[in-house]
Design a protein around this ligand. Structure first.
Ligand code: FES
Ligand code: FES
Length: 158
């Protein structure tokens, strides 16, 4: 049964009519047209579907729509400001931290959420924080380089 659920999406209010138990990733992709958030395992294991809810990284394949009512959702489409990529996006570009790109938006969202809290994170803290995001292409080293470099750009230079 459809419910009317309102929340803030990338800074703008949205209201959708959809079952409250429909997973957020499908609402974003199919109903709101935001296909930057990817679906990998659909089982909470790969991190491809990571978005931020109230500034915390969550797996949108495992987050029912009803859980975000009244909250703020940020997807990869909302990360750049006035057409300018944010520090993590820029670092991924500089370090070529992708191959097929399927994991990239989830990686960037997870890294952004983490670095906002801990820009001075060490390499090993970054490795630990990014453990839930998998890359099947083998770009992990470049991804870690990019996250480390973004942390420095965000004021975490050591
Ligand atoms: S698609 Fe959500 S964790 Fe894999
Ligand atoms: S770049 Fe292909 S899965 Fe990571």
């Amino acid at each position: 049964m459809n419910a009317t659920v309102s929340f803030t999406l990338n800074g703008k209010p949205v209201t959708v009519a959809s079952p409250r138990d429909r997973m957020l990733v499908w609402v974003l992709r199919d109903e709101l047209g935001l296909t930057g958030t990817k679906v990998g395992c659909e089982a909470g294991l790969c991190g491809a579907c990571t978005v931020l809810v109230d500034f915390e990284a969550v797996l949108s394949c495992s987050t029912p729509l009803g859980d975000v009512a009244g909250k703020s959702v940020l997807t990869i489409e909302g990360l750049a400001l006035d057409g300018k990529l944010n520090a993590v996006q820029e670092a991924f570009q500089e370090h070529h931290a992708f191959q097929c790109g399927y994991c990239t938006s989830g990686m960037i969202m997870a890294a952004w959420a983490f670095l906002k809290k801990k820009p001075k994170a060490t390499r090993s803290e970054i490795v630990e924080a990014m453990e839930g995001n998998l890359c099947r292409c083998g770009a992990h080293v470049r991804i870690l380089d990019a996250v480390e470099s973004a942390g420095k750009a965000m004021g975490g230079a050591r």
